[in-house]
Design a protein around this ligand. Structure first.
Ligand SMILES: *[C@@H]1O[C@H](CO)[C@@H](O)[C@H](O)[C@H]1NC(C)=O
Length: 419
């Protein structure tokens, strides 16, 4: 009887295909590669949930070990400079800035006699995952330093669950102030007029928040001259923007995962997930959320019709006020830079905002670009119609996507011309 093994094999294949398959918009190129990658991430997270439930590992710790294991395996296969090209001239040092661990990349061309550009990079990973020292972040750090002849500082801020808001923000702010100090600028021969702050996803959130704080701090003798935000996280009041709804199942940042990251970051009870998904935390009865604040993320006014489509805003009348009162960070501009007023935005540096059509965070990025522009800041809005969240991290084989490479090129070129 060969029928039974065949039937088992077939059922397993069907189950696997069912697990891997996610419907994808036509614009997404290489959809199967994205689905396989997403299945890998989902499997990692589900394994972590099971281990946490069994009490044998911490959820975040388990995900960190799995991704580090994967990256280690790829480095073993491809060598440490995987695909990023060997840049022997770039000097890498792991040191601390004001007590915060950072990795500094110094370009080959020396600092004698001429000043160089500077860039602070803050990596993403939902304020819980990631490091600038491995994989594509390290590759991008080397590329930025080599190609732009720039001193790049990648911040190893502390992560959840060890800390939550505002610690990651305060780590980045302390490192930024140290970077901009006269002593450090002199040590690295950095031009005070040409220093950028940049980051992707949760790192884009921290970069935007730090840029606002430095811009309005009159005690700083040097400030950031540009900010380059890559699909940044900017607000936690509306998890029902058109992009949150349209892209809720698009890899790799599924809607509940982003909301989960927010609850962790704000130190909130994770059981509030379903309430938050229903926007119950920002119900009308929450009088702390003034009409003025709501207007700062009112996508019905701030987005072009192309992105509003026929979506309707979701603002429940009654919600779950009590519990959210214990989450003061919810209305803190240092956590949600989109909530800043026009007087703060007007002082912010020239901006580059990269957004992806197929990303839950698309609309907040577009709204921030629009509000900065309305406040008189010069903004380049670089939108990728075939982009998905995180695509800039996928620039090396086998996890490489054409759109990731194009977006990285757009980012580097903008900095080359504007920093
Ligand atoms: C949102 O709040 C309302 C009013 O308190 C409640 O009836 C509803 O069940 C809540 N929604 C969720 C998903 O918990």
């Amino acid at each position: 009887m060969r029928l039974l093994p065949a039937a088992v094999t077939l059922s397993l294949a069907v189950a696997l295909a069912y697990y891997v398959y996610v419907p994808m918009p036509d614009a997404i190129q290489e959809p199967w590669k994205l689905m396989l990658m997403d299945a890998g991430f989902r499997a990692t997270m589900q394994l972590a949930s099971v281990k946490a439930w069994l009490g044998i590992d911490h959820y975040i710790g388990s995900i960190r070990r799995s991704t580090a294991g994967f990256e280690g395996m790829m480095e073993g296969l491809l060598g440490p400079e995987q695909g990023g090209g060997v840049m022997p001239g770039v000097k890498v040092s792991d040191i601390t800035f004001a007590g915060v661990p950072v990795r500094v990349y110094e370009p080959p061309a020396g600092g004698e006699g001429h000043l160089r550009r500077g860039l602070m990079f803050i990596h993403g990973g939902g304020w819980a995952l990631g490091t600038g020292k491995r994989g594509s972040y390290d590759t991008i750090g080397r590329m930025l330093s080599d190609e732009l002849n720039t001193v790049v500082v990648s911040v190893e801020y502390r992560l959840y669950p060890e800390v939550h808001f505002p610690v990651p923000y305060l780590d980045c702010l302390a490192a930024a102030k140290h970077f901009l100090s006269p002593e450090v600028r002199a040590r690295y021969a950095i031009d005070p007029e040409r220093v950028a702050v940049s980051g992707d996803s949760a790192g884009g959130n921290l970069a935007a928040a730090v840029a606002q704080e430095i811009s309005t701090d009159e005690t700083m003798s040097a400030k950031f001259s540009v900010q380059a935000l890559i699909y940044p996280v900017l607000q936690a009041l509306d998890f029902n923007t058109p992009s949150y709804l349209q892209n809720q199942n698009i890899p790799i940042l599924h809607r509940p995962l982003m909301v989960h990251f927010w609850l962790q970051y704000l130190g909130a009870d994770l059981s509030l997930l379903s309430q938050a998904l229903a926007n119950n935390h920002s119900a009308l009865e929450n009088s702390n959320i003034t009409p003025e604040l709501r207007a700062r993320l009112d996508w019905t006014a701030l987005l072009p019709p192309k992105h509003k489509r026929d979506h309707k805003p979701l603002i429940p009348k009654k919600g779950f006020q009590g519990t959210w009162k214990e989450v003061p960070g919810l209305l803190d501009v240092r956590a949600s830079p989109l909530l800043a007023g026009p007087e703060v935005l007007a002082k912010c540096p020239r901006a580059y905002v990269l957004t992806c059509e197929h990303d839950v965070l698309r609309d907040e990025g577009l709204m921030y670009a629009r509000r900065l522009q309305d406040a008189g800041v010069s903004v380049t809005s670089d939108h990728y119609e075939d982009g998905f969240h995180g695509c800039l991290s996928f620039i090396t084989w086998p996890l490489e996507f054409d759109v990731g490479k194009r977006a990285l090129r757009g980012y580097l070129d903008w900095l080359q011309d504007n920093l």
